[in-house]
Design a binder for this molecule. Structure first.
Ligand code: FAD
Length: 396
């Protein structure tokens, strides 16, 4: 019991490595991603060079095992990485989050030695970019209701179907594709496959024209009789849905971190503007109405960050963290939208124009309430876990 309590105790101090990571990522993001964020938002150009720079600095494999060329760092470090990038460029943060958390980590966790040798080293070094293909046009929240099918044929499975809304879609090299191998078993019939871009029959839809994170190359991934060797199955046949859900549990820590980064970026911008802007003969930061908006956001950012670290810490300790990551994502994503909205308000007319980043933060923030499970789905996950805890306590 004592051991369990010790395990659950949160440390409120970062390690030296984590402090250093935050400083480094903040500097490279400010120097390299900040100015460009506006340009790529306008043009939709996928910022490949941002990914390459992160690769050069060892960030594309930050949390992957050292044995496969990764940095072996913990989930709190991952949260720091994503937050600091999102503080200036939400698009770049989701590109790396999907690569690292949704594609590479499940291979590290569920992949055979063969798959790890073949793909993980390249993913860690950023030589290849990863993507995660679960959603379809007709099934997002209800992901198990997918139409993509995989049919066994000798040493291969033949995949047919269309995955929708795929981040890094046409830019990625490797895709985790979830396909139904036994429809009668419903979600227990789903299997995860590693599909390479250059496999015959893989093609892409047009880039989606989005409200925010406009350069993250979201598109359909189409599979037309794609012949995937059985050795490219992740985990076992029928494990796919479990792998998809477990991956999203951890992924949500990343989206919560993206959201807190957007909230922090919005807050920083609002503070610096309020310190400079004059109205009625004084700086607007002197008005209590402005101070109260800032205080509300500052308070909630502190709270949100602690929720993220709690979830990440539980993951690092090997404790159940499903409820905690859903709580962190729910709170931080709704906060991101609120913080960005307040930033636009504090900047007044300028906040509504592209001259400042407030309007981009506002547009970028919204997606955090939608992908990797909408806010409604987070509420369902949290409720299910609370009920489970209550039942377990009654049973005891
Ligand atoms: C920019 C972007 C990037 C994305 N990237 C990826 C990616 O890389 N890989 C991937 O697989 N997917 C990706 N997605 C898909 C994303 O995860 C889904 O859009 C999301 O899960 C919601 O699914 P949906 O769009 O089908 O909405 P729906 O599931 O149709 O939901 C519509 C509304 O109904 C609500 N709703 C649904 N079910 C319930 C319920 N049981 N109770 C209460 N309310 C409910 C939802 O909360 C929502 O408000 C991306 C989406 C976008 C927009």
């Amino acid at each position: 019991m004592k051991e369990l309590l010790e395990k659950q105790t949160l440390s409120f101090r970062f390690t030296e490595e984590q402090e250093m990571l935050r400083k480094t990522v903040r500097e490279i993001s400010e120097e390299n991603f900040k100015e460009k964020a506006r340009e790529i938002d306008k043009t939709h150009r996928f910022p490949r060079e941002n990914f390459e720079l992160l690769a050069k600095l060892g960030m594309t494999g930050l949390t992957l095992p050292e044995q496969y060329g990764g940095g072996g760092m913990d989930c709190i470090s991952y949260a720091i990485l994503i937050e600091e990038i999102a503080r200036v460029c939400a698009t770049t943060s989701v590109i790396i989050a999907v690569h690292l958390s949704l594609c590479s980590m499940p291979i590290a966790k569920f992949g055979s030695d063969f798959l790890k040798d073949k793909y993980l080293k390249k993913l860690a070094k950023g030589e290849i970019l990863g993507a995660y293909c679960l959603s379809e046009t007709g099934s997002g929240s209800d992901a198990a209701n997918m139409l993509t099918r995989a049919t066994e044929k000798g040493d291969f499975y033949i995949l047919n179907g269309t995955k929708a809304w795929i981040t890094n879609g046409s830019e990625a090299d490797l895709y985790i594709v979830f396909a139904q191998t036994n429809p009668e078993l419903k979600h227990k019939g789903i299997t995860a496959f590693l599909v390479e871009k250059n496999m015959s029959g893989v093609s892409f839809g047009k880039l989606e024209d989005k409200l925010g994170i406009r350069a993250s190359a979201t598109c359909q991934v189409r599979l037309d009789n794609v012949k995937v060797p059985k050795e490219n199955i992740l985990g076992n046949v029928g494990d796919g849905f479990k792998i998809a859900m477990m991956t999203l549990d951890r992924g949500r820590i990343g989206i919560a971190s993206q959201a807190i980064g957007i909230a922090q970026g919005s807050y920083d911008l609002a503070v610096s503007y309020a310190k400079e802007r004059d109205a009625f003969g004084q700086k607007i930061i002197n008005f209590q109405a402005i101070q109260f908006m800032l205080v509300e956001i500052a308070t909630e950012i502190e709270a949100g960050r602690l929720l993220i670290y709690q979830a990440a810490n539980r993951y690092d300790q090997g404790l159940d963290f499903t409820k905690h990551s859903a709580i962190a994502k729910l709170f931080c994503s709704e906060l991101a939208t609120k913080a960005a909205n307040k930033a636009v308000q504090i900047l007044g007319g300028y906040g509504y124009t592209t001259e400042y980043d407030a309007e981009r933060f506002y547009r970028d923030a919204k997606i955090t309430e939608i992908y990797e499970g909408t806010s409604e789905i987070q509420r369902i996950v949290i409720a299910k876990n609370i009920i489970k805890e209550l039942t377990e306590n009654i049973d005891k």
